[in-house]
Design a protein around this ligand. Structure first.
Ligand code: S3P
Length: 435
């Protein structure tokens, strides 16, 4: 049985902390270092289940990956055509990123592969990658309804295409680009809103010629990747729980060190500041080619806003915790243009709305968002995570403002993205204990 937490008001959040490595970059570091010529060293690798599932898959595909110490990986690249097929299923665990990127990467191999996932991933839509990949010539069978498992037929000649995606999704874009490494000709991806560009940046860092700008990427097949050292910055999405908690809890002043602040990830900073948050960026620098800084967050009262639709893609993983901020703000917060939230690890509009209602907050759902009526005193109760790490952590934040204990069930999934969240949260001042 999965573990539960009891979360309740703690003290002000104070001190300094470092959150674990970025999940998106950790997945890509294993994938691209495996395909490179030579040995790459990865530092700051996320020791979470999602990234480790990708790591285990590349071992199954014949890549030697050493673990000299926590957060470090030495990847002995096998070259662009060096992966070895296996008849075993490749288990992506809970990771949509792992499965969708691998669908593109494996479509270009000479061997067949089968990708499977856990219960939550097995309900997530895969046509968004299998349909455009098929246009490149890929042959991928899904289960009924376009769901996992994915059976990928190797030995297929891929052809580059010019693809205009209807969905703003870095996973879709990356699947196309990874298939494009193996395709004849040029692969071009246009996005309706720019999304995180980590695949593009890392391909470039490892020597693959690529052109990209916000919302656009173009590469051609037939080159090679060279090993390089990769430094993974701290994950902004993990920092987000502490940013919101420190903003909401009176008396807080918290420094989050060396957080990755790629502009395609930090929509939450714009929105929280527009709501009145006090978040300063200090010690700006670069780590592994990514902008990083310390975020210094002080308590500030918030007011509700209409979340600008242009920030949605840049904060797609932060809506659960934004809903909590909105519940504590004065006035209404309106979210629109965020239908993607319905197909994440859970239906994040429904799970957040249900959970907040349990605490006494009025939330009106729409197909692509919600209106959250802020300012009510949140009560006590019990909620489930619906197998979704970000729901569990968001309600741990909500409990810091609730009038009584909040029981959060099914929290094992937090280890997919943020192992050690509960300890770090307690150290910084959260009221949180295992049941
Ligand atoms: C990710 C892209 C986003 C994000 C996910 C990680 C990535 O998904 O929600 O957590 O690493 O490319 P979509 O591409 O489905 O928006």
């Amino acid at each position: 049985m999965s573990a539960s937490w009891i979360a309740s008001r703690g003290g002000p959040l104070r001190g300094e902390l470092v959150v674990p490595g970025d999940k998106s970059i950790s997945h890509r570091s294993i994938m691209l270092a495996s395909l490179a010529d030579g040995v790459s060293r990865i530092e700051g690798f996320l020791e979470g289940e999602d990234a480790r599932a990708t790591e285990a898959i590349f071992r199954q595909l014949g890549v030697r990956i050493d673990v000299p110490s926590e957060g470090v990986r030495i990847v002995h690249g096998v070259g662009i055509d060096g992966l070895r097929g296996t008849s075993e299923a490749l288990d992506c665990g809970n990771a949509g990123t792992g499965m969708r990127l691998l669908a593109g990467l494996l479509a270009g191999q000479s061997f067949d592969s089968v990708l499977v996932g856990d219960e939550s991933l097995s309900k997530r839509p895969m046509r968004r990658v299998t349909v455009p990949l098929a246009k490149m010539g890929a042959r991928i069978d899904t289960a009924e309804g376009g769901l996992p498992p994915l059976r990928i037929h190797g030995g297929t000649a891929l052809q580059g295409i010019d693809f205009a995606s209807e969905i703003a999704s870095a996973q879709v874009k990356s699947a196309m680009l990874l298939a494009g490494l193996y395709a004849r000709g040029t692969t071009v991806v246009h996005e309706p809103h720019p999304t995180r560009d980590y695949t593009e940046r890392m391909l470039k860092a490892l020597g693959w010629p690529i052109e990209f700008s916000p919302g656009y990427a173009k590469l051609e097949g037939g080159h090679r990747l060279s090993a390089a050292d990769i430094v993974v910055p701290a994950d902004f999405s993990s920092a987000a729980f502490f940013i919101v908690a420190a903003t909401l809890v009176p008396g807080s002043e918290l420094r989050l060190k060396r957080v990755g602040i790629n502009p395609r990830r930090t929509g939450l900073l714009h929105v929280l500041r527009a709501m009145g948050a006090d978040i300063r960026e200090e010690n700006a620098g670069e780590q592994g080619g990514e902008p990083v800084c310390d975020l210094v967050v002080r308590h500030a009262p918030l007011r509700g806003i209409e979340v600008p639709v242009e920030h949605v893609a840049d904060m797609i993983d932060e809506f659960p915790v934004l809903f909590v901020a909105a519940a504590c703000a004065q006035g209404r917060t309106v979210v629109r243009g965020a239908a993607e939230l319905r197909v994440k690890e859970s239906d994040r509009i429904a799970t957040m709305a249900d959970g907040l209602r349990t605490l006494g907050v009025q939330v009106d759902e729409t197909a692509d968002g919600a209106t959250i009526h802020g300012g009510a005193v949140m009560g006590a109760g019990a909620i489930g995570s619906h197998g979704d790490h970000r729901i569990a952590m968001s309600f741990a934040v909500a409990a810091q403002l609730s009038s009584g204990d909040l029981r959060i069930d099914d929290v094992d999934n937090v280890a997919t993205s943020f192992p050690g969240f509960d300890n770090l949260a307690r150290t910084s001042g959260f009221g949180l204990r295992a049941l």
